[in-house]
Each structure stands twice: as C-alpha cells, then as structure tokens.
Design a protein. Structure first.
Length: 241
C-alpha cells in the first residue's frame, strides 16, 4: 500500500472517530428533550390535580350556599305554615316543606361526597408533586452530568479535527478530493478491504488477477462504487473461508 493510501486510511479512522463522537453529542440534547417532556407531563399532572381540587372546592361552596338558602327557606315555610287559612294552602306549604327537607338531605349527601373527593384529590396532589419534584431533582443532576460529558466530547472533537487537518495537509490533493467526494455521498467507509474476492463496500466481485495485485500491495478503485479497495488484515480471496 502506498503512503498516500496509508494516510487516507488514517484519515478515515479519524473520520470514523469524529462520526462516533458527533453521534454521542447529538444524543445528549435528545436525552435532555426526553427528560424535559417527562417533567412537563408530570408538571401538567400536578397542575391538573390542583385545578381539580379548585373545582371541587367551588362546587362545595355552591352546594353549601344552596343548602344555607334552602335551610332559610325551610324555616320560612314552617313559620308560614301556622299562618295558612285554608286546608289547600296548608297542604301546599307541607309539600314545599317536604321538598326543602329532601333537598337539604340530598345536599348533605353531595357535600359528604365532595369532602371525600377533595380528600382523595389532595392525596393525589401530594403524590404527583412528590413525583414531579423527585424527577426534577434527578433530571437536574443528570443534566449536570450530560453537560460535563458534552464539554469532554467537544474537546475530543476539536482535537480530532485538528489531527484531521494535519493528516489531510499531507495527502495528494487528487486522492483527497475523491475521498471527500465519496464520503460526502454517505457511502460509509471510502477505503475498504477485499472481502472474499469482492469489494468490501458494494460486494462487487473483482477479477482474480486484480485480487492478487491487491494482495501484493496495489490499490484498486472499484468500478461500481468508486471506493478504494486494499488488502487488510481480514481480507480474503474468492472461495476462502
């Protein structure tokens, strides 16, 4: 293998490391967004429970006010009962009294149910707040760790890019341009090994004589995918393995 291809291979190794570090860097904000969505959902649960309690208390106030008014009406009806002059008026007042008493009884049941409902919602509120605050604390700790990891990765990628520039500056411009062109086309590795007599990139079978020449140190450009095919430690001829 000639020196330029060795340098290109070194450049490819650097680029592979840069790709791995870049992928890790992309994962960090993605993880943060997941945690943020979880926290937002838990906060919404907490706010919904607060709203539910406020609604229960509002219904309680209305029912209490309605009961208070009905109790006053009942007392008024009973006072007026003694003033009724006819049997018909007397019976009508008794119906109103009965209606008011039934209404008070229903309101008492409703208020009792609201009391239990409020107690249950208050417990749910405490639990949702506890979950939200606990996970918020965990997320803040995790965020600090992720921020620290990001700083390390940013430093790593700066060093790798500097190393890449040093290697790149010493490579034949024609080979470098071809390498960069193939790499920008998302073809993965630009320099591949011979794999069972075929291009290690697109798996196109190569002539046996070409495989022998590659084994002896020559480089070959695949006519199908354009990759550089070389002999590597795990390379093999057709029919082997």
């Amino acid at each position: 293998m000639n020196d330029d291809l060795k340098k290109l291979l070194s450049l490819q190794e650097i680029d592979s490391r840069i790709d791995r570090v870049s992928a890790e860097m992309e994962e960090i904000p993605r993880e943060k967004r997941i945690h943020e969505r979880e926290l937002q959902s838990q906060r919404s649960d907490y706010e919904n429970e607060k709203k539910k309690i406020e609604e229960i208390r509002e219904r309680n106030r209305k029912s209490s006010g309605e009961k208070e008014n009905t109790v006053k009406e009942l007392a008024d009806f009973k006072n007026k009962l003694l003033e009724m002059k006819t049997n018909e008026a007397y019976r009508t007042m008794l119906v109103q009294i009965k209606y008011a008493e039934n209404k008070i009884s229903e309101l008492d049941i409703k208020l009792l149910e609201l009391m239990y409902e409020e107690e249950s919602s208050e417990e749910n509120l405490k639990e949702t707040k506890k979950v939200w605050e606990r996970n918020e604390e965990r997320f803040l700790k995790r965020q600090n760790i992720l921020d620290g990891q990001m700083e390390v990765l940013e430093e790593n990628i700066r060093e790798l890019r500097n190393e890449r520039e040093e290697i790149k500056s010493d490579i034949n411009i024609r080979l470098l341009d071809k390498y960069e062109q193939l790499r920008s086309a998302d073809k993965g590795n630009v320099i591949v090994g011979l794999n069972k007599g075929a291009c290690g990139g697109c798996l196109t079978n190569l002539p046996p004589q070409t495989a022998v020449e590659i084994n002896q140190g020559s480089a070959f450009t695949c006519p199908i995918c354009g990759r550089f095919v070389i002999w590597m430690d795990d390379s093999s001829f057709a029919g082997s393995g």
